[in-house]
Design a protein around this ligand. Sequence first.
Ligand SMILES: [Zn+2]
Ligand SMILES: [Zn+2]
Length: 225
Amino acid sequence: MSQETETPLPDNDQPPIQIMVIPVTAFQQNCSLVWDPKTKAGAVIDPGGDVPTIRKAIEEQGVTVEKIVLTHGHIDHVGGAADLAAELGVPVEGPHEADRMLIERVADQARQFGVSEAKPVEPDLWLVDGDTIEMAGRTFQVLHCPGHAPGHVVFFDPELRFAFSGDVLFAGSIGRTDLPGADHATLIASIKEKLLPLGDDVSFLPGHGPASTFGHERESNPFLR
Ligand SMILES: [Zn+2]
Ligand SMILES: [Zn+2]
C-alpha cells in the first residue's frame, strides 16, 4: 500500500526531489522513500516495519537507496530498520543518541504495543543539533526536537522550504507525551523555538497523517495556542 505525495516545488522539467509515502505498521506510519529524480539515488526515512512493502516500492521506483535515516526511536519508525539495512547493505543515520535506550528496548516496545517482533538497530551515526545530512542529492539541516522522544530529530531543507517532522508536529495535533522519556513542555518548546521560527511557508510531512505548513499549524493547531 503506497501513495505518491506532491513534490514540495512545482514541476519544471524535473522536480528537485521525489517523495513517496509508504504507510507502514498498524500505526500507519509515514515511511518515506526520497530520491533525486536525476540520479535515482535516495534514502528511506523511518522504515518502521513492513519491509517487503518498502522493498517493493524501492524496486518499482528504481531507486538506489544509499542510507536509512531515523527521526526517533519508537517502534513504528525503527522496527524495520535493522532488516532493511542488512538487506540493502546501507548505513543507518540518526536519531540523536538520547534515543539509544528506546532503540535498544525495541523488543519491549513491540510487546507493549502488541506488534510482531522488531530487532534493535545499531545506528552508524548519531546526529546532533546543527548537523547536516545528505539525502536524495540534497542537504538537510538536523534539528534536535525532544519532547515526544528525547532523541527526536527533524530534517529541514531550507531551499525547498520543506521538513520531515516525525512525531513532533502533526496537522492539527502534536506528538504524544505519555511515553517514557517524553515531556509536554519540552515538546511545545521544541515546536515553538525550533520549528515555527523556520517560517510560515515551510511545508512538513509528519510521521502520521497528512502534510501541512508551519504557518497553518501556528494559526490553527489547538495545542499551540
Ligand atoms: Zn513516536
Ligand atoms: Zn510514530
